[in-house]
Write a protein of this length. Structure first.
Length: 109
């Protein structure tokens, strides 16, 4: 092996290990449930750690057939709240993988 060249078999093993850890982390995120709320809790949205909307609860007192715009705004706000929390969870869970790429000894990392 040429001096200064990375050990390719070692790099491959590290990459495969990281890929397995990444897949496990993504699966854990998909199983997580994060709730967001708006209107003082009158509307609640639940998303997975991957950001998929899986639940929506609307209190009956929010339902006004003459004001559907407010309800739509509350639903969006609750979803955004839950999505922002899911994004923070993703960042926290995936951060080590982004940092780990530099540890593979690849040029430019």
């Amino acid at each position: 092996m040429t001096e200064g060249m990375p050990d390719l078999s070692g790099l491959l093993a590290q990459a495969q290990q990281m890929q397995a850890q990444l897949a496990a982390t993504q699966e854990q995120l998909a199983d997580e449930r994060i709730s967001g709320a708006s209107g003082g809790g009158l509307v609640q949205a639940t998303v997975t750690g991957a950001g998929e909307l899986v639940g929506l609860t609307i209190a009956p007192e929010v339902l006004d057939p003459d004001d559907t715009e407010t309800l739509a705004d509350l639903v969006l706000a609750a979803y955004r709240d839950a999505s922002n929390q899911a994004a923070a969870l993703q960042q926290q869970a995936m951060g080590p993988f982004a940092q780990g790429l530099g540890g593979l000894g690849l040029p430019g990392m």
